[in-house]
Design a protein around this ligand. Structure first.
Ligand SMILES: Nc1ncnc2c1ncn2[C@@H]1O[C@H](COP(=O)(O)OP(=O)(O)OP(=O)(O)O)[C@@H](O)[C@H]1O
Ligand SMILES: [Mg+2]
Length: 360
């Protein structure tokens, strides 16, 4: 799978961009604040309809403009044309000229995995970051997962709104609970099934990078211990006081354990960085295994940051992507690319919202 064409209009600091990309490695070089990450953000947006910077909509519109456009041509088994327009008043998404009605028909057209400095939050950050990681991976691989998650989130929102009312309507609360429970149970099942596979892939990646003796384990920690419906009922009094739904998969976590100790609390900086990288490598490998083709890899500023050992741990993943005619985009402020892959590399310079190919 690769992105053959990228078109931007009024996206971040790009007034207009039209670029053709071959499969293989692309290195985007440029000084700070020129628009390197913005390109990766646009590619990721085509894949997931989200920004990996955690923003939605407006910040991505070029200053002073009404809306942004991001389009792409993806070559996989077949070819697909994606067009995305966003403004505060109008949102359009078409796939091969047809409006996209259900996200499940769309997601998977382009699959990406992004590696960025923020990944450390997967280890050090709140449970929310790890839930999002699981949710994204499940949405990328199981067409029924995202609609399920959306229905759960909607039901949860309604239930929370009800809990905030001065006079609690018990019957309405019960009916929301009844809606929430089966959806929540399905989410829990998906996450529980994914975790052991993800755990073994992450362990393998971790070992490849760290050559270390410590044992890594991922453990799914559902908030619901045995019976969602029963536990919701038990929490009814406390939920009234807090005015929030206190039990359910929206409170799950994925525990990351090194020698049975929490990596966030006890891991060294180096162990945490290695683990964050290993989680992303596992994501890429899981997608490759399931779809038979590697996702497009987006590496934002990571190569410069990694020491030799972690770089060489990442190398097999990049090589495999290359062999399978996949595609890798990397950003860097200075040439920091291992020479052994240099021959096969397309270099680009990014300067003030313009991208130009460097011909060797
Ligand atoms: N909505 C926007 N409209 C116009 N310019 C924007 C917008 N959002 C961000 N920018 C500009 O884009 C530039 C940052 O782009 P980007 O984050 O891609 O930089 P970069 O090349 O990755 O830099 P670094 O090496 O520091 O990571 C900044 O100059 C910023 O002001
Ligand atoms: Mg950047």
């Amino acid at each position: 799978m690769h992105l053959a064409h990228l078109r931007l209009r009024d996206f971040r600091n790009y007034q207009r961009l039209d670029a053709e990309f071959t499969p293989g490695f692309h290195l985007l070089l440029g000084a700070n604040a020129q628009g390197k990450t913005n390109i990766l953000e646009a590619i990721y947006l085509l894949a997931t309809l989200r920004s990996f910077r955690g923003v939605v909509g407006a910040p991505m519109v070029r200053h002073g403009q009404k809306g942004y456009f991001v389009g792409g041509r993806v070559v996989a088994q077949g070819e697909h044309e994606i067009k995305r327009y966003w403004s505060p008043h109008a949102r359009k998404l078409t796939l091969d000229g047809q409006p996209v009605r259900r996200l499940t028909d769309y997601l998977g057209t382009l699959r990406t995995v992004v590696f960025c400095t923020d990944d450390l939050q997967l280890v050090k950050g709140l449970a929310r970051a790890r839930r999002r990681f699981l949710d994204l991976l499940l949405s990328q691989t199981h067409p029924t997962y995202l609609p399920l998650l959306q229905r759960y989130t909607q039901a949860l929102r309604s239930r929370n709104a009800l809990l905030k009312q001065p006079l609690l309507d018990e019957a309405a609360l019960d009916s929301f609970s009844q809606e929430l429970v089966p959806l929540g149970n399905d989410l829990i099942r998906f996450r529980a099934e994914l975790t052991p596979q993800l755990s073994s892939l992450t362990c393998r990646a971790y070992r490849r990078i760290a050559h270390a003796a410590e044992e890594l384990r991922l453990e799914y920690q559902p908030c619901v211990k045995t019976d969602f419906a029963v536990e919701l009922a038990q929490f009814r009094q406390r939920e009234r006081a807090c005015r929030l739904t206190l039990v359910g998969p929206h409170r799950d976590d994925l525990r990351l354990l090194l020698d049975d100790q929490s990596a966030a609390e006890f891991g060294s900086e180096g162990q945490q960085r290695t683990l964050a990288l290993a989680l992303k490598m596992a994501q890429a490998e899981y997608l490759t295994g399931l779809h038979g083709a590697p996702p497009v890899l987006l590496l934002d500023d990571v190569m410069g940051e990694l020491d030799g050992q972690r770089r060489s741990g990442l190398m097999p993943l990049l090589e495999r992507a290359h062999e399978a005619r996949g595609q890798v985009f990397m950003t860097a402020t200075a040439e920091s690319w291992p020479r052994e892959l240099g021959r096969e590399l397309q270099r680009w310079t990014v300067e003030d919202g313009a991208l130009s190919a460097i011909t060797a």
